[in-house]
Ligand binder design. Structure first.
Ligand code: HEM
Length: 373
């Protein structure tokens, strides 16, 4: 008999919400404890924070909005990072997090993006499954999840980057849906991306066929001689020594949200990108990076999805399979950020990790059969 005929819809919805609450609570406790006891960002530990400016474009082609006023300027911080491992030469997802203020915490708007168009997980349920692989040591720990969710392999293959020349020549996407309420009062869903201002369509670091087929084999090539910090060093040298600014364009894609009495459309999932011939990208702002911050200031900066005006709401999920449920988790993960900053106070700032792969802290992906058994 259909479950719905036994459990009335209202009870079913209530139970689904309770299950999501439990997931959020449990996952938040784990990531918060991890941040405190290991003194790390739960993810994206390996990164660099820069200072710069944001200037909203003069003639926006998207509906007018009270934050994105033409010509308006903001101070900014942007942090580039690798989502996992502490080695710039590993095959990893790269990121850009933007703060519309030059501040450690506060800002009118923070937005976080990763390389690639589609992520490795697309709901609280899939995030938890992915997280179990992470706790099992990544590498082969991820393989069962990737195998049982072919979509996750698509996301992994699409998002990892190997040996990029610079953070400044990659494209970063929010992937999940955010809210956008224009001056016309219409609620739309939004996705953002950051790309080089003069983008020629060629991203650095794109994975080859082998890396796309097995994105869990993340070790650097055996002949790798560059520093573990080469990518961050490139940005420091460019900004702080050569004085060559980095210029990006922040762009937005918008789609109308259906009315409150209509079901959420399938396209809110981050499993696939929105067709940009139908939902074009609009320029929002030029973002210029001028200075790389010192290590301590960079480490003491966090990015928080809760930093947004009312007119850029964060859609929330109602079950663990709702694509918006990732946002429930991300908002709750402020506790992990607080724990990270607190542990620096209690136990001191962790040391910068060394350049050498011979250093004791360097770990490779655990050896595994190929293909993993
Ligand atoms: C597709 C979805 C997601 C995207 C695009 C994303 C993006 C990012 C980015 C770019 C960062 C680095 C921020 C920085 O440079 O400081 C980050 C860090 C982090 N993310 Fe996510 N994330 C996603 C999902 C999640 C989920 C589901 C959780 C749930 C717990 C989460 C928890 C965290 C935490 C705890 C940090 C470290 C924050 C810190 O200690 O400062 N993220 N994420």
């Amino acid at each position: 008999m259909d479950k719905k005929t036994i459990i009335p819809d209202a009870i079913h919805r209530y139970l689904a919400r309770q299950q999501l609450r439990w997931y959020v609570f449990f996952i938040t406790v784990l990531v918060t404890a991890n941040s405190y006891f290991k003194r790390v960002r739960m993810s994206h530990e390996n990164g660099i924070t820069c200072r710069g400016r944001i200037r909203i474009v003069d003639n926006p082609t998207f509906p007018s909005h009270n934050l994105f006023i033409p010509g308006r300027e903001f101070d900014a911080r942007v942090r580039h990072a690798a989502a996992s491992w502490t080695d710039d030469a590993k095959l990893v997802v790269r990121s850009a997090a933007i703060k519309f203020a030059d501040d450690r915490f506060e800002s009118p708007f923070d937005v976080m993006m990763n390389s690639g168009d589609v992520p490795l997980f697309w709901s609280a349920r899939t995030f938890w499954q992915f997280m179990k692989g992470t706790m099992a040591g990544r590498g082969k720990g991820w393989v069962p999840y990737l195998r049982s969710h072919p979509q996750a392999i698509v996301g992994g293959a699409d998002s990892v980057r190997r040996d990029p020349d610079t953070f400044a020549q990659m494209v970063y996407n929010t992937k999940t849906c955010l809210g956008f309420i224009g001056d016309d009062g219409v609620y739309r869903y939004a996705r953002y991306r950051l790309r080089p201002a003069d983008f020629d369509g060629k991203e650095t670091g794109l994975p080859d066929g082998q890396d796309r087929a097995m994105p869990w084999l993340q070790n650097p090539y055996p002949e790798e001689t560059r520093s573990r910090n080469y990518l961050k060093d490139e940005l420091i040298s460019r900004l702080n020594i050569e004085g060559r600014a980095v210029e990006y364009m922040l762009q937005i894609q918008l789609r109308r949200r259906p009315g409150p009495d209509q079901p959420e459309p399938e396209w809110v999932t981050s499993e696939y990108p929105w067709d940009d011939s139908v939902h074009p990208w609009h320029d929002v702002a030029v973002i210029t990076l001028t200075e790389a911050l010192d290590y301590t200031e960079a480490m003491k900066t966090w990015f928080d999805m809760a930093n947004h005006p009312e007119s850029l709401p964060v859609p929330l999920g109602v079950s663990i399979d709702d694509p918006h449920s990732l946002n429930n988790l991300r908002l709750a993960s402020i506790w992990a950020r607080k724990a990270r900053l607190l542990t620096y106070k209690h136990r001191g700032m962790p040391k910068k990790f060394p350049d050498s792969r011979a250093a004791a802290d360097w770990t490779g992906v655990p050896p595994m059969a190929n293909p993993p058994g």
